[in-house]
Design a protein around this ligand. Structure first.
Ligand SMILES: Cc1cc2nc3c(=O)[nH]c(=O)nc-3n(C[C@H](O)[C@H](O)[C@H](O)COP(=O)(O)O)c2cc1C
Length: 192
């Protein structure tokens, strides 16, 4: 059975995009399709490596990973504006009972990545999605010195926003992608 997980993100300097790439690896390792897309940028000059999402791709996905950088302890305005334009999907209930999770990158270790993940979860809950994070059975969650949380994958990009993903951050993002894809496959089977 085909199963498509949409990995939807905004990234200005590449950190959230790097997490999206690792999540896509995990999704593919579970036998699902990873469709990587960006939210429409408010600043149209800002191009991204991945195509801008078509709203039909959101409506038809079997699972969703949603990523944003931390901006003053919250998601970036572009990501919030995207959800504010999903009323038609909400009215039709097209995301109800589909699994979803969130990921983020912050500049500093205690700069608000967990608060950002929790606020990013709110529109997904309003859409009726089933949230998943990362369980503590993943060993890297116990040992990471930077990002990686039970609420979802994270990265700490440093004061110059150029620190690369640590090995633990990479493994946790891949594990999250696998978990999301496995749940998406199982729930799709259950729905059919
Ligand atoms: C306007 C603005 C606000 C930010 N606010 C925070 C913040 O509250 N906490 C933090 O740790 N980093 C903050 N940052 C840093 C970014 O979250 C960080 O560089 C992130 O890794 C960028 O992700 P990206 O490379 O995908 O764009 C802020 C950056 C900008 C431009």
């Amino acid at each position: 059975m085909s199963c498509r997980v949409l990995i939807l993100y905004y990234s200005r300097h590449g950190a959230v995009a790097a997490l999206a790439d690792k999540i896509a690896i995990g999704v593919q390792q579970s036998g699902a399709e990873a469709l990587v897309r960006c939210v429409p940028p408010l600043d149209k000059q800002h191009a991204s490596r991945h195509a801008v999402v078509d709203i039909k791709e959101l409506a038809s996905c079997d699972g969703l990973a949603f990523g944003s950088p931390v901006r003053f302890g919250n998601m970036v305005a572009d990501a919030k504006a995207f959800w504010d334009n999903t009323t038609s999907i909400w009215l039709k209930g097209e995301l109800i009972d589909k699994p979803a999770g969130v990921f983020t990158s912050s500049g500093s270790m205690h700069g608000g990545n967990e608060a950002t993940l929790l606020s990013m979860s709110l529109p997904l809950l309003h859409h009726g999605m089933l949230l998943t994070g990362i369980p503590y059975s993943e060993p890297e969650l116990h040992q990471t010195q930077t990002g990686g949380t039970p609420y979802g994958p994270t990265h700490v990009s440093g004061h110059h926003a150029d620190d690369k993903l640590s090995v633990d951050e990479q493994r946790l993002a891949i594990a999250f992608g696998k978990r999301l894809a496995t749940l998406s496959l199982q729930l799709k089977q259950h729905r059919l």
